[in-house]
Ligand binder design. Structure first.
Ligand SMILES: Nc1nc2c(ncn2[C@@H]2O[C@H](COP(=O)(O)OP(=O)(O)OP(=O)(O)O)[C@@H](O)[C@H]2O)c(=O)[nH]1
Ligand SMILES: [Mg+2]
Length: 295
């Protein structure tokens, strides 16, 4: 039987995967990557044994991540550029723990600005041609959506942006003769430690149906039409404090007056659901345990 790269057997797990992320402004993309890159240096008993940066850009990013995650600094919004080729590519080697037979795999991704999603929502497609090209070349897509602001308005804007993304990507994949059904898409809802999400962490379809109906319907149509692997995840870069499920977050006012969240108690920092979507994008395997684990 021929296996697509997406359906690797556990024993065959080696090599690399290159995915691209997209998500609205402030959905938590940079914080997610920072937590992913830095977590294994803090705690050794997660699903990850080690994370190794494979280039200088990744090492620099990890050094910055340390300030956010150890000192509770604010995450800076990512600046938009017209030329995604100028954005550093993060290359990370992930080594899983003994329970996962110390499996190793490499991922490559870039931290794009949320402004890109705004342009998609406004159907400003010509401005983002080079980005779309990168998405079409990648082996999978990581869509990050913030789950805490579940207004009808936000739901509609997500659905609009995703509808425009779907049609723009479809034509590019087709013109590259790439099969739509071989393009896995992970939908990752961020900030899942917050009330309104935490209780749904094992019932994500229910969460989407209740709080993001338009988005859910759009994604179901997308999956049906492409016949592609699509899976939903919850994650939190900040996590909860201890066992009482209190979100480990403190509101802080930025100089411009906007209130943002920073990690409250960095000693108790314990993110969750970071690896599950990447592991799935790479192997096609959805491991329940990884969804719950910090790493
Ligand atoms: N509560 C909570 N807040 C988070 C989490 N991750 C990120 N944030 C906050 O969400 C805000 C935006 O996070 P970023 O990581 O900068 O979001 P982004 O998607 O990179 O945003 P752009 O670069 O503007 O596209 C910041 O105030 C973060 O502190 C999380 O897991 N939980
Ligand atoms: Mg960012």
């Amino acid at each position: 039987m021929m296996l697509s790269p997406f359906q690797r057997q556990k024993e065959e797990l080696s090599g690399s995967t290159e995915f691209r992320m997209i998500g609205p402004r402030s959905s938590g993309k940079t914080a997610y990557l920072a937590a992913l890159a830095y977590w294994s240096q803090v705690r050794k008993n997660s699903s990850i044994e080690s994370i190794t940066p494979l280039n200088d850009a990744t090492q620099n990013f990890i050094d910055k991540a340390e300030n956010i995650l150890k000192r509770g600094d604010r995450v800076a919004g990512t600046d938009y550029t017209d030329n995604p080729e100028s954005i550093p590519e993060y290359e990370i080697k992930i080594t899983m723990n003994a329970e996962f037979n110390h499996q190793e795999f490499e991922i490559t991704c870039k931290d794009f600005a949320g402004e890109l999603f705004t342009k998609l929502q406004n159907k400003n497609i010509t401005a983002i041609e080079t980005y779309l090209e990168e998405y079409a070349q990648a082996s999978g897509l990581f869509i990050m959506l913030e789950g805490t602001l579940s207004t009808q308005d936000q739901d509609i804007r997500y659905a609009q942006g995703l509808a425009n993304l779907e049609s723009a990507l479809k034509s590019r994949l087709r013109s590259k003769k790439k099969s739509l059904s071989n393009y896995p898409i992970a939908i990752v809802w961020s900030k899942a430690e917050m009330s309104g999400m935490w209780n749904y962490r094992r019932r994500i379809p229910k969460f989407m149906n209740k709080k993001y109906l338009q988005t859910e319907q759009l994604l179901l149509r997308w999956k049906r039409e492409w016949r592609c692997p699509m899976n939903y995840f919850f994650c939190s870069a900040f996590g909860v404090k201890g066992d009482d499920a209190t979100p480990n977050v403190r509101p802080e006012k930025r100089p411009d007056g906007v209130t943002v969240g920073v990690i409250d108690d960095t000693e108790l920092w314990q993110p969750f659901g970071l690896i599950a979507p990447i592991y799935w994008l790479y192997t096609g395997q959805d491991i329940a345990e990884l969804r719950d684990l910090e790493g």
